[in-house]
Design a protein around this ligand. Structure first.
Ligand code: FAD
Length: 382
């Protein structure tokens, strides 16, 4: 068994690490306070090929395997979960769905612009009344001649106010998951209204929006995949998306661990560095072990993806463990920083606020447990 990275993956990791240290880490607190990242970061991410990782070169992507994508997620997550989320939604959920399910026309229309950072994508699944139970969504798409007319409400949509294209899931058939179809909706369409949700606990640098679709008219060429295939498209995107969230959480936890070690060695109380006290070392050891264990779960799931093997349950395991570990790591980091951890001059308070959402989106921790439980017992407890 080889748990090492290839020379190419190692080289990519070094590049991502150095770039995040230079372009993201120094600005993360300022973006958090301003409730907006500097949008120039999108162009910079694209320049490096980060917005096209895993997308074929013929569509403007930069290729690369899924483990490399997870390495990028870990580094971006270490720098700023808001930036990580911008990429994991636009690239991981939208571009990759277009690559997998899109027609040649859809790929050539959207992928070069998304990979090139000319626009971002957003993923519109959640609605005010349907979060975990996304298969019951009520946004409708009704046939009108050759067109579709979409009406409904979406909420908590990452990149919602910035995106040029929205992957919208709407009901075209009867109740349940089989009645859902996916559409690629240009966000400048008449009737497409988005409002930024302000005052979030974390992920404050990232634009999260509510979207109203008021009789938005699109042609049939906007339909992604077959009629009734929408829920499969959403779940396929989220299966891999969960590994990406897990990888980003490993990065967040690693950031907390590194900051805690540095601080504990520097901060003296009772005449010696607090790093020399066993109770502080216990917290550092716990953080290190859980972060490594989470990374191994991420790498196992990513390896299954790269080998074309089933990975759904392993993705849920990685997401559940890595996100819960990240919350714990951030909390322990605040403990190690003492009162200084409670003010935003140091990064660990922001890490705690950012980590908290990872156990909620792309399937809450409870939903991951139900998915794992169903896979192991064969009985659905939903
Ligand atoms: P609910 O589903 O109402 O759940 C509430 C609680 O009940 C949770 O603890 C849950 O685990 C529990 N629960 C629900 N059902 C069960 C059950 N069967 N058994 C046990 N417990 C259960 N959505 C998108 O479509 N696109 C995005 O880009 C996106 N970005 C987001 C960004 C942010 C910052 C946030 C906060 C959310 C985002 N979401 C997005 C939405 C997110 O995926 C949902 O919030 C999530 O799926 C949970 O849905 P809910 O909030 O409606 O909670």
């Amino acid at each position: 068994m080889d748990l090492g990275l290839t020379a190419e993956q190692q080289q990519f990791q070094d590049l991502a690490r150095e770039w995040v240290d230079r372009e993201v880490v120094p600005h993360a607190t300022e973006w958090d306070r301003a409730e907006q990242v500097d949008t120039k970061i999108v162009g910079k991410l694209a320049e490096l090929g980060f917005l096209g990782l895993g997308i074929d070169e013929e569509w403007g992507g930069s290729g690369g395997d899924f483990l490399t994508y997870c390495l990028m997620m870990e580094e971006l997550g270490r720098g700023d979960t808001s930036v990580r989320g911008i990429v994991s939604v636009s690239l991981g959920l939208v571009s990759k769905s277009i690559q997998k399910y899109g027609t040649e026309e859809q790929k050539s229309r959207w992928l070069p612009a998304l990979c090139g950072g000319e626009m971002l994508g957003c993923f519109g699944l959640t609605e005010p009344g349907t979060g975990s139970d996304a298969g019951s969504l009520i946004t409708r798409a009704v046939r009108d001649g050759d067109d579709w007319v979409l009406s409904g409400e979406k909420i908590f949509i990452t990149n919602g106010t910035w995106a040029g294209v929205a992957l919208i899931f709407a009901r075209t058939g009867g109740p349940g998951p089989k009645g859902i179809t996916a559409f690629l909706v240009p966000t400048d369409k008449s009737g497409f209204v988005r409002n930024e949700i302000k005052g979030k606990l974390g992920l404050r640098g990232q634009a999260t929006a509510s979207i109203s679709l008021d009789e938005v008219r699109v042609g049939d060429e906007a339909r992604l995949g077959a009629e009734g295939e929408g829920f499969t498209i959403a779940m396929t995107a989220l299966d891999k998306g969960r590994i990406a969230v897990a990888a980003g959480s490993v990065g967040l936890a690693r950031g907390c661990l590194e900051a805690s070690i540095a601080y504990a060695k520097d901060r003296s109380q009772f005449g010696k560095p607090i790093a020399g006290y066993q109770l502080v070392q216990e917290m550092i050891a716990d953080m290190a072990v859980e972060t490594d264990a989470a990374r191994l779960l991420v790498w196992r799931a990513a390896d299954l993806v790269d080998r074309g093997l089933p990975f759904r349950t392993e993705a849920s395991m990685a997401k559940l463990f890595a996100t819960e570990s990240a919350v714990k790591a951030a909390n322990q980091a605040i403990q190690i920083f003492g009162g200084y951890g409670y003010v935003d001059e140091f990064p660990v308070g922001k890490a705690m606020r950012d980590a908290r959402v990872t156990t909620l989106y792309e399937g809450t921790s409870q939903i991951q447990k139900l998915l794992i439980g169903r896979a192991l017992t064969g009985i659905s407890a939903f």
